[in-house]
Design a protein around this ligand. Sequence first.
Ligand SMILES: [Zn+2]
Length: 432
Amino acid sequence: MTVVVHRAPVVLSPGAAPLADGAVAVSGERIVAVGPTDRVLGALEAVEVELNEWDGALTPGLVNAHTHLQYSDMAAVGLAEHDGFEAWMSAFMELYPVPRDWGASAAVGAALCLRSGTTAVAEIVTDAAAGSAVHDAGLHGIAFWEVLGWTERAWADSGERTVRAQLAELPTPPATGLSPHAIYSLDTAVIRDLARLARELGVRQHIHAAESAWEDAYVRTGTGDLAERWRANGRGEFALLRDGGAGTGVIRYLDDLGALTPTTHLAHGIYVDAEDRALLRARGVSVALCPRSNAVIGLDPAPVAAYLREGNAIAVGTDSLSSSPSLSPWHDVAALHGIARAQGYADDDLHARLFAAATSGGARALGLETDTGVLRAGARADLAVFPVSASAPRDALAELVEAGPDEASLTVVGGSIRWAGTPESERTSARV
Ligand SMILES: [Zn+2]
């Protein structure tokens, strides 16, 4: 079999020293060698080699650890600015009921992911029509079926049967998972039972958590605007509303329900204190940080510096185009860099750690850490090349983290080229 070698002036992989003039050799779906170009080619002398030479920085494919591709059609909401979760949700709900082709909208989002150098996603599917986009685009990752709105009574009647059937409808690959939407949109017993169901089915869970201040008041005391809205919408029978809250914050509440396990990751994680972060570390739960979405909605920034200093597992998500200006993870990485510095994180490992969050950290959040998010012999050949103006590897890393591009020049998923920004004719390709 021909071995395909991708060569670039800079090769970066989390946990490894940056390389000048490096190469990644790929056979089928897998990486077979990574290193300085002369060494990689030297070891392949007896094999037929297809050499592709790229300008820029070659990295593992980015992992978008929180998105909803089906809302790609709702960019009008994500391009505006809102002054809080309530205002954003009203804007979202004004557009949501408009009949639209969720499948086509999700397919647009999946194509944008590939263009941005993303090779794996944590995709939340709310409408079944959007369920095949990740599969059709050949992206890696997990399609999470979103579960919301169930009261304990309705769930006892038909919940598990319904959700099992909905999950079974999602095409594979990718792997599928369950996304209990949030602590305020599901009754307490339902969140507990979904954790049991995920375990039983052997699937991962992904939950929006600690995203807004309203959510915090809601879980602690069953009060506030969100609680009032829910009572008015006929959800007054939710246990948290009936009982006047759980008396704890979101993270402790989820843990009490058995929902925090190493096979769960959270999105947002803004309103968390040191005790919450310690609990997340103890449970092996990653948090997908989505800073641009938080800013569009008008929320506070997450405690990025504290997560880094305390050693929490973090990943990067764009969220959807209904709350973010683009699906390009580098822009969220740049936002995290700005937030961490503003919060006083002064260590010089910040570039390396945020690069890791967008690659190996995302892979870990999705339980794919042995497979993707790094350039290593044996891993899946999920990689990307990004244009950079710096030529020294460390400067190229700094440039990607602080001002990475919208678009990759190459995206390879499982060994297959899924996006090549430059026309075929401009590429140097030779057999050696
Ligand atoms: Zn979301």
